[in-house]
Every structure is written in C-alpha cells, then in structure tokens.
Design a protein around this ligand. Sequence first.
Ligand code: GUN
Length: 314
Amino acid sequence: MPRLELAALFEYSSSEGCHLCLEWSEMTKLLYGKPVADQVLNQVRARILSFVGQHYRPPRLTVVLVGEDPASIIYTRRKRDVALSLGMEQETMTLPANASPTLVQETIQSLNENPHIDGILIQRPLPKGFSEEDVLQWIDPAKDVDAFHPVHAGRLFLGLPAFRPCTPAGIMMLLDHYGINPAGRVATIVGRSSIVGKPMASLLLNANATVIQCHRQTKNLAQHTREAQILIVAAGHAGLIDESHVRQGSTVIDVGIHRTADGKIVGDVARDRIEGLVQYISPVPGGVGPMTIAFLMKNTMDAAELRMTQLSGS
Ligand code: GUN
C-alpha cells in the first residue's frame, strides 16, 4: 500500500472509529513460532522414547553457565524446563564469573570425555576476559548442539550436512511452515554475528535466495532493507526497523528481544509502524524464540543418535 494511503488510513481510523483499522491490521499476518516449535518438539519426544528403548537412557544435555548474567539464568532455566518436559536428562553446571579460562577449558574437556553426555552448550555471553571464539572451539563438535564450532560453521558455509545453529535453522523452518520460499527472492539480513547473521546468510544462500548482508558500517541501511522480499533483523537494537526500511508485501523476521523501561518485551522492528505495509512479520515475543529452543532440542537429539550410531560402529 502506498505510504500516503496508509497515512490516510491512520487518520481515518483514529477519527472515524475502527472498521478500516480492523481491515488494515488484518493485512499483515503474524508468523507465530509456537505451533511450528511444537511440531519439532513432538517429533523429538517420539525420538526420545525410541532412543530410551534402544539405549536404556535418555539423551543428556549439559549447559555450562559462567557467571550470573540475569538474562542467561532465565534462558538456561527455560532450556532445562523444555528438555525435562520432553524426557531428556539435563543439568546446568554453574561456574563463578571469576573462573579462569583454564578451569572452563578443563570443565569442557571433562564433558567432552564423559560418554554419558550427548550435548554441551556454553551459555553466552561469557564474562569479560573470555574469548568466545576460543571457548567454542573447546567443545567436541560431535557434542556442539549450538553448532557454533568452526567445523559446523565451515560445513554449513560449504552447503555440507552439519548441525545448524538453532535460531537461523528455526527461522528457515518458520519460513517453510508458512509457505515462504526464499528461492529466487532477495533476502536482506541486518546483522553479521556468528550466532545468527552469518549462518543465516549461508542457509538462505543454500536455499537459493539472493542475499544482502548489512552491518554496523553499512551505509544507507534502508536502501538495502527496502530491497528485501525477506528481511531478517538481528541487529540487537530495539525498534531499529520502521516503515522507512521495508518493502511493501515483504516478510519480516524479527530476531531481537529487548525489555523496555516500562517492562514491555519488544524486538528490533517497530512492529506497529510496519503493520499494514508488510505481508508477514514474526512477533516478539512468540515468533523466533520458540523455534530456537525447539532446534536446540532437535540438535541434542541428533547428537545423541549420531554418537550412539558411531559408538556402535554401525
Ligand atoms: N545466549 C543467547 N542465546 C544463546 C544461544 O542460542 N546459545 C548460547 N550458547 N548462548 C546464548
């Protein structure tokens, strides 16, 4: 819808009541993650039953939490609750914020060597003084359910089978579930982190999208985001994307999550300013978040099955 018409609609709906307002807000569909995540979790639940039948134990995920970052404590609790609800075994190892890199490395090494542990996750961010790039290389790739190890990153880059990082893989499934095929479309990614932006580019490229990657030093961001038929925003900047950044009829995936001063949870996209302009948007909360955790469970299940297959030599 042209911008002028949208503005007129705003004025009309505010002065004339809400019948047009309803029509306007119905034009943008929300991409809810929960129903898709539930499908993934139900499949994992069924696989756990058959794994236990074969190996007489459930898959086991160990989360390592260094320090007491409040958001990380909440995230790790959520991971634990979902894992336990599926019938996985899960424990969180907590190390003090002043733990030395050597202690963390030795801890990870002992988890690597423990035959009863299938998946290891080092919760980020790590306290100051740690190089996250170093730490993620300490995990055995076979147990790296975050899929941040260079082995997985490299294989993904080359389009080879690999564990896939949970958030980007979850976004690909969300797109697929809602019938949004990236092939031949322009996909712009805002952000180039190793967790989301870079693997997202590989996944979209492997799915035959034409990929534009933007970052902090990109000049004229809106010019590139307005190209996007699929816009993925993982900038870590609340409300960065507004009506000046989106293409009419596009799909917008919001990876950001922030708490405002008045306690509201918001994303990197000012959703209220683009509703009516775009065709699809993932809500925050309730869009990408549930997919990330579901993929963590799926990766843990994959790791457990692969390890047992390799151990049995079959
Ligand atoms: N911190 C925030 N999200 C994540 C994640 O997906 N994995 C890890 N390891 N840490 C995080």
